[in-house]
Write a protein that binds this ligand. Structure first.
Ligand SMILES: [Zn+2]
Ligand SMILES: [Zn+2]
Length: 422
């Protein structure tokens, strides 16, 4: 009788206090309200509609599931305490029901569990992310064409004008006054990471005094070699593009527009594959280049500083060859290049490549950082876009200062006018 009354009171409390009980274990002054309604042990929460200890919670669930008839060996009047609760299951169960514990809530909990398992199983059937056969083919084509058009050891690079890393006095070259004194910042930022002798020679030159040192940078001693290297890279990038079926199927006008837009980017992606982040150098077979070579070819820090940073960032992603070639293709098939006509066709190609890259990363990569890889690659592509225009600008400036060194192919690539008539 009295037990029943206590039980009813506890349930009422349960309905009003449930939420705070969940959070607050120590906050209640009333010790009794935290006592298990069945055995008096410490209760940590409401289970199956009543405030009980963890032991009685488990006992009630097992008793419901077992569904065997429990039988009291005594007189069906056992008083259940924390210490004797194991001695009579029948009376313990009776007490559970008396304080309002509900069978149907055990069932629903079980159902929840079953539902959870069903969902998990379903997910495992659907979820294994896989590249579609179309995507596999795309990657295979890209790899194949890339490998046949990218000579990472630079074996085929020959007949070039030699690299001249000396600094020539430049009395005949008049540099405008507002030209930035660009040797200082870049050399010093590089001196830690690249071979110091080159940078050292730069600094020496600089220290000879403002005007003359600044003028000396106007002699682009490395330009003939860098121009030949660039021409060589561009020719390979044209072969790469021409090797792709989707590219060949576009109009000649769009092919040119895409190439003009992407050549600098694809070149940088390719150079990144041979970039050594420790030394800050590009290791192209038996040639090793540093950023100062680009400086001596006439490029300026406005381009070279973000470019070097970009190479470090991208290289540190540790991309696989498949990811590099997908990047190249995404850059090539950019629908928003100036002069593009078949915008929607190229847009679709771009989207498919992006999806292929994402799926590739999802199924081939492991580790917690894999979810960040795709956005990071996309950020690198965006970053390069901001440099393309500056590159074109600087090439044309160099061409103005030292004409007849840069090949017509390079000039054509960076010139703005879209060749719609072709
Ligand atoms: Zn208990
Ligand atoms: Zn009993």
């Amino acid at each position: 009788m009295s037990n029943k009354a206590t039980g009813a009171q506890t349930i009422r409390e349960a309905l009003t206090r449930q939420n705070e009980e969940d959070e607050d274990e120590e906050g209640k002054e009333d010790e009794e309200s935290r006592a298990c309604g069945v055995c008096g042990d410490l209760a940590k929460g409401y289970h199956f509609n009543a405030l009980t200890c963890e032991g009685c919670k488990g006992f009630f669930r097992r008793a419901i599931k077992r569904s065997t008839q429990l039988c009291c060996p005594f007189l069906n009047k056992c008083t259940i305490t924390k210490n004797n609760r194991r001695s009579c299951q029948a009376c313990r169960f009776r007490k559970c029901q008396a304080i309002g514990m509900r069978k149907e809530m055990v069932m629903s909990e079980k159902e929840v569990l079953e539902r959870r398992i069903r969902i998990k199983k379903k997910k495992m059937l659907v979820a294994p992310i896989q590249l579609s056969s179309q995507q596999e083919e795309t990657i295979q084509e890209l790899l194949c064409v890339h490998r046949s058009t990218f000579d990472s050891a630079f074996y085929r690079f020959s007949g070039f004008r030699p690299m001249d890393r000396n600094i020539l006095p430049a009395s005949e070259y008049n540099h405008s006054e507002n030209e930035p004194p660009y040797t200082c910042s870049l050399s010093s930022s590089l001196s830690s990471s690249s071979s110091s002798s080159l940078c050292g020679s730069f600094e020496k030159q600089d220290n000879q005094g403002g005007e003359q040192a600044r003028e000396s940078t106007a002699v682009f001693t490395a330009l003939p070699h860098v121009a030949d290297l660039t021409t060589y890279m561009i020719q390979d990038i044209i072969s790469f593009s021409k090797g792709l079926q989707d590219f060949r199927s576009l109009s000649i006008g769009d092919q040119i527009a895409l190439l003009k837009g992407a050549t600098f980017e694809v070149m940088q992606i390719r150079f990144n594959m041979v970039f050594n982040t420790k030394r800050g150098t590009w290791e192209c077979g038996h040639f090793t280049y540093c950023i100062d070579d680009a400086l001596r070819a006439g490029f300026q820090p406005l381009l070279l500083e973000p470019l070097l940073k970009f190479h470090h960032t991208l290289r540190k992603l540790g991309l696989q060859e498949e990811e590099y070639v997908l990047m190249q293709a995404m850059s090539l098939f950019s629908p928003d290049r100036p002069g593009v006509q078949q915008h929607s066709v190229i847009d679709e190609l771009h989207e498919n490549l992006a999806m292929t890259l994402k799926t590739w990363i999802d199924c081939k990569r492991t580790g917690p950082e894999k979810h960040l890889l795709y956005p990071k690659v996309m950020a690198c592509l965006t970053e390069m876009r901001t440099m393309t225009e500056e590159y074109s600008k600087q090439v044309l400036q160099i061409q103005d200062i030292q004409p007849d060194v840069i090949s017509p192919l390079i000039v054509e690539m960076v010139r703005k006018n879209p060749c719609n008539d072709l």
